[in-house]
Structure formats: C-alpha cells, structure tokens
Design a protein around this ligand. Sequence first.
Ligand SMILES: NC(=[NH2+])NCCC[C@H](N)C(=O)O
Length: 590
Amino acid sequence: MASVTSLSASLQQRVSAALAAAVPSAVDADPLLRRSDRADFQANGVLGLAKKAKANPRELAGAVLDALPADDVIAQIEVSGPGFLNITVSDAAITTTLAARAADDRLGVPAKEHPGVTVVDYAQPNVAKEMHVGHLRSSVIGDAICKVLEFGGEQVVRRHHIGDWGTQFGMLVQYLIEHPHELDHTEGEGDAGEASMSRLDRLYKASGALFKSDEAFKERARRRVVDLQAGDPETLELWQRFVDESKIYFDSVYRKLDIEIRDEDIVGESGYNDMLAETCDLLEKSGVAVWSNGALCVFFDDVKGKDGEPVPLIVRKTDGGYGYAATDLSAIRNRTGALHADTLLYVVDVRQSLHFKMVFETARRAGWLTDDVTARHLPFGTLLGKDGKPFKTRAGESVKLEDLLDEAVQRATAVVREKGEKIGLTDDEIRANGEQVGIGAVKYADLSTSLGRDYVFDLDRMVSLNGDTSVYVQYAYARTQSIFRKAAADQRPAAHPEVALEPSERALGLHLDAFGDTLAEVAEVYEPHRLAAYLYQLASLFTTFYEQCPVLTAEGGAAQVENRLFLCELTARTLRQGLALLGIRSPERL
Ligand SMILES: NC(=[NH2+])NCCC[C@H](N)C(=O)O
C-alpha cells in the first residue's frame, strides 16, 4: 500500500508555501486552488491576501509566482485577471502520478493511520411490518456511508436498530398463543420472503382487529406485555418467532437490494431492554429528567408545541412503559461505553429530527455524550411520486418495496436487452445485467441527490442511458472492458510519461487523480452524492476521451496505444471501485 498525494493537493501545499514566502504574515493562508477551464488549476487566494496586506494583488501574485518557479510538475504558471494564478501541470507529471496510483491496489487512496470508531445506525425496519421506502433510503445511504468510511480506514460498527420491542408484541404474542398455527409454513408457498410477510401481515391485522373489538383479549394482551418485559421464557420464545419470521422477509428484500446485513449487526430495540430501567434511574437521579403528569420527561427551552407549551422527551410513559427515547438513550450509553465509539451516525428519515435533537441533548446533559464524541443525525428526505406528493400507488396505498424493486429490474432488463442481444449476450446474462442495472439505478437515484432533499421516483429517468444515471456510468465501465477484449495480444496497458497528452486525456487524467481527495471529502461530510457526482463526471470525461482519442489505433505508435490503454484501465478500476463503494455492480458486458 502506497498512498499517493494528488497533484491538486501537492500544488495546494506548494502555493501555500509560496504565499507565505511572499507575505510572511500569510502562513497557513488558503491559496484557494481550484480546477479551472483556462489552465488546469487556478489559485484565487492571492486576492484576499492582498486586501488584508493592503498590497496590489497583481504585484503580490507576481511575487508568489517568483517563489514558485516552473519545474517538472508545473509546466506553466502565470498571473491573470485581477491577481489570479493560472497553473498548468506537465503531461509527464500527470502520467507519473497516475502510474503511482495504478501500482497500488487501493489506487493510491490513503487509509487513516489513527482510525476512530464510528457506529452507523441504518437499515432499521420494524418486525412484523412491511418495509417502506424510508427503510430503503436508510439502507442504501447507510450502506454506502459504511463502505466509504471503511475504505478510508475507519473502524465501522454497523447497527440495525430494528423495531422489535414494544406494546404491540403483547397483542401479537397473545394472539399467537390463542391461534398457534398462524405462523406455520406451508409447502410450496413460493417466494419465502413474501410468504413470511403475508403471514405476519395477516396476523397483525387479525390481532389488531380483535384488540379493538374484544375487551377481554385486550386485557390478556396487556398482561402479555408485562410478561414480555419481565422476560417470561414462553412469551420470549413466541416473540422470537416473530423476529425470526420477519428476518426471513428482511433477508429477501436485502438480497434483492444486494445489500449484506449480518445477523450480529442486528441489535434491535429489544437489545437494550436490560438497560432501560437504569437509564431512567440515572436520568432521574441526576435531575436531567423530571416527573410530569405521571411521565418521566426531559424538557428543553427551545422545544415548544404550537400552543407554546413545552414538548418534553418522554423517557418513561404514564403506564410505566419505556419508550423509543429510553431505548435510544440506552443505545448511546452502549455505543459510547462498551463499543468505544467516537462518532455516532443515524441514517434516519428527516421526520425524526426532533427526536434525535432531544435525545442527543439529553445524552449530553447526562454526560453520556462528551465533547470528544460526535453524534449526528443524517436526515434524508421523502421519496415523491411524479405528482410531487409522497410516493403512493394509484390506489393511494404505500408502495411495497419489493414491487418497486421488481419493477426497476423489469424496466432495466428491457433497456439492456436490445443492446445485449446485439452483442450476443445469453438470456441469463441479459437477466443478470438487468438486475445489476435496475438495482443500481434505484440506489444511484437515491445516492446522487443530496441527502436532505426529497426526490421524485421516476423509473424512466433512472434507467435512461443518457444523463446522470448509474447505467451511464456502468456503460462507461463496460466500454473499457470491450476495448480490452478487442486489444491485440501485444497491446497492453503501460504508462509512458514521455507521451504527450491530448486535452481530453489530460482532463480524464486529472479527474482520475482526484479520486482519493473525493473519497476523503465524502468521509468527512457524509455525503455520498459527491461520490456519485464524481463517478458521473468520470464516465463523461471517459466518453469524451473515447470519442476524441482512438485507443487501439492511436496514430502516435505503440507507446501511445499503451498509454491510452493505461488510462482506460485506471478509469475502469476507479469506476468499479467507486461504484462498489456505492453498493453498485459493474457488469463486464453491457
Ligand atoms: N436508533 C434509531 N432510532 N434508529 C432508527 C429506527 C427507525 C425505526 N425502526 C423506524 O422504522 O422508524
């Protein structure tokens, strides 16, 4: 493993040193180096510095330029406009840097030397209930964030905080006791996940109806909740059946989604049951929580309802039960304590923002979140239908996740079929591609919009070959592979720093060099859409390169062919790695 400093980062350092040499008070001044259309890079930092030092910006830029002579890396540097510095790097520097990346199996991307522990709370569906599109978003976004952090060397602990506890289980278990065969599997029932969900759904509805209509049953269900919380073995065993049955269903959805969920990472609400009483005790003793109208509450100056009355966080309800908040507070104690986390992330719907704000604040007051721990809710927006309203079926019901995924795969298969038949793919290959493209499209649409924004679920747009879609990126990858298949035996990728580069090769090369910087940014701000945007641009730059620069028939001779193949290969590896971090596959032939 050898990490490679990008040209942009090393120039940034050098310009910064030159600034300090020209204006001694400018130590640590940011040169504001950016990619530019006019040269490769433009440094805009001189302007602000000149203003501060009351100097003429063009003169100051000249002084910086003198401190920064052209050399092997900097082919040209000039002052432009009111005092910008335009910097062009040499072709050889680009190729040499890329060769160093290619020699490393991590593409030169550094891994943290002192990794922290980040707990990511994501993919948290609820037991005995259908998964909805919000669970989809949490799973897709959370999975990508875990992968990017892990690639950067961070120690990641995944936590699927599934909803597997609460009063509804009293009703469910009691119903199962009275109708013992309701969860039995029958032979030949088809898709196991769907069958499990429909059994659970039937049971949920039937027990709910009885709970409403039958006072005696209601009472038995209430007593069952007490048994459950007290850890009565028979009750727990039946409760476990609901959890197991739901896991069959979750598994089938996650398999379709191509997301791996490990059983040991599923620590649902029930996993903190043993801590709840203590959590509440500690809050009460420290005075962080107080009794109000029979409930144990935490109050906040800035959280008020419409009527101006304070809205508390309720940690213990009037009936003595512990709620969602007590569980989350206990989970924080577990994560910062036993798991030694220094960062806690929660990939959860924006509608739970107030909940997390209050939970974090409570944990700070209680001392469970200290200044050296970062806790962040990463809220995501709502999936909208084409009418701009929350995504629903025509009949107004919420959409089943599997149906949505199946439809995406169907559409994608139709899109890849025509071309696939032309290039001689078998039906199985076309179907496999359809899955990778369809699921990729759903994930990419989710990951390419910034998290907080609502977005419209539009399958036509999502599987379109032109535009900011995963298929477009996947096609660019497949194209690189087709070039390699067509290459003659003696046409191998090899870097040749002496070969001059065309503008489209330079643009592609400089973008390839920015992969590590992009990943570092994504890991810093938890915004996977920056990686999606990077990959889309990489695919676009590759497409332009491919249109403008013949690879196998390059006119500059064997060295140019090899150098272009080298660019293709590094592009392929970068696209593949980048897509993999987003949880998206790269079909070889498309
Ligand atoms: N630690 C947490 N509260 N995580 C989020 C859990 C999401 C919850 N199960 C839901 O479906 O809404």
